[in-house]
Design a protein around this ligand. Structure first.
Ligand code: 6PG
Length: 246
């Protein structure tokens, strides 16, 4: 299996093929996950949109145990749900609103809290409440699947180069109040890494340079520093794949 950094690399023809491959992988992975409550952590950005729209298609209506899945987010823009930049609203519109999911299974990062810091505290409490404890055990990951993207600058979720949050080892959720044009809320590495599967979804020629950096040994870009307790997957389209990729 080709590698990208410390993860396994799968190269797909284009973003639609990437969505199809990821959907099939998700169905197979969840089918093998046992009958516990499933926790999926979604990413924002544009790349996962094709995946979310595909999973909303009738062909997936019985392919996943929808009522048993809980949906979380790896980061959020601190804007109202009505704002088109809101990651949770994007996923609700493309996928969750049409699926047979109990509303209590959808756990958006709150963005109507008084401050980003209070929103981060509230979400950390919600994650700990779902997990059933406030200390993550490596043998009992928080998530079954964590989807992430990569920015052109190598950020992931809302973990950006030079941020002190890259060294955060106790908080699960933190505010990024200084981010422009809007403050962000992000899960930190301890929470993002507490996953049976972390899946980076990357598409487009603009991402080829940053993936080439991440492929280099010792790369310390934020996206290169995600070390899941489980498996690390890179599902990448041909336009973004580092040139040596098959
Ligand atoms: C966000 C995402 C962010 C995103 C990357 C890639 O809220 O924007 O969490 O980390 O995944 O910036 O975004 P694209 O998929 O749009 O390239």
């Amino acid at each position: 299996m080709p590698k990208l950094g410390s993860g396994e690399l799968t190269v797909l023809d284009d973003v639609r093929d990437l969505a199809r491959h990821t959907a099939a992988w998700l169905v197979e992975t969840i089918a093998q996950a046992g009958d516990h409550a499933i926790a999926i952590c979604l990413s924002g950005g544009t790349t996962p949109r094709a995946l979310y729209a595909l999973l909303a298609q009738a062909q997936y209506a019985t392919a996943l145990p929808w009522p048993r899945i809980h949906w979380f987010w790896g980061d959020e823009r601190f804007v109202p749900p009505s704002d088109e930049r809101n990651n949770a609203s994007m996923a609700r519109h493309l996928l969750l609103n049409g699926a047979p999911i109990p509303c209590e299974n959808i756990h958006p990062i709150p963005t109507m809290s008084a401050t980003p810091a209070l929103a981060a505290d509230e979400y950390e409490h919600e994650l700990k409440d779902f997990y059933g404890g406030d200390r993550i055990a490596s043998e009992r990951p928080l998530f079954d699947v964590t989807f992430l993207g990569v920015g052109d600058d190598g950020h992931t979720a809302s973990l950006f180069r030079g941020s002190p949050l890259l060294e955060e080892r106790s908080r699960w959720v933190a505010a990024v109040p200084e981010h422009k044009p809007e403050p962000r809320i992000t899960l930190t590495y301890p929470a993002l890494a507490s996953s049976r599967n972390v899946v980076f979804l990357v598409a487009g020629a603009a991402k080829r340079p940053v993936l080439a950096k991440i492929a280099q040994r010792g790369c310390d870009l934020p996206a290169a520093r995600v070390r899941p307790v489980g498996k690390l997957h890179w599902f990448v389209d041909r336009a973004a794949a580092p040139s040596a990729s098959p």
